[in-house]
Design a protein around this ligand. Structure first.
Ligand code: FES
Length: 130
């Protein structure tokens, strides 16, 4: 079943190019798949900010971006939904739970950058280059 409007076109394009080499199709989405954080399905973790020397807890109901902002760490952002890529941060350690639609599969697999507005940690810690 297709979504509607531009997302329908993107879905059809992805299906048509399913046999193309990995990451040869780059698309821009117009809305996120899941934008609401459900604390009952999330876990807390900690952020270690290498450059700042800070360790910050992220509760199940918080985004990484909101925790960084509360600590006065300046990170750009725009959409807040994992669509634009403006909140990208380098990751030095930890397993990222990618939830954006910006990074390609190979970029996700590299585990060295994340969109802090929506992506989280798979484990109990992420080390960021901030
Ligand atoms: S603010 Fe747009 S991807 Fe994070």
């Amino acid at each position: 079943m297709y979504a509607c409007g531009p997302e329908r076109l993107l879905q059809a394009l992805a299906e048509a190019g399913a046999h193309w080499p990995e990451d040869s199709l780059h698309t821009e989405h117009f809305h996120a798949q899941a934008t609401q954080l459900d604390p009952s399905r999330e876990h807390g973790f900690e952020l270690v900010l290498k450059d700042s020397g800070l360790t910050l807890p992220v509760a199940p109901d918080q985004t990484v971006l909101s925790v960084l902002r509360a600590a006065n760490i300046d990170v750009q952002s725009d959409c807040g939904e994992g669509l634009c890529g403006s909140c990208e941060v380098r990751v030095l350690g930890g397993q990222i739970d990618h939830r954006d639609v910006v990074l390609t599969r190979s970029e996700r697999d590299a585990q060295n950058r994340m969109m802090v507005c929506c992506s989280r940690a798979c484990g109990d810690r992420l080390v960021l280059e901030l």
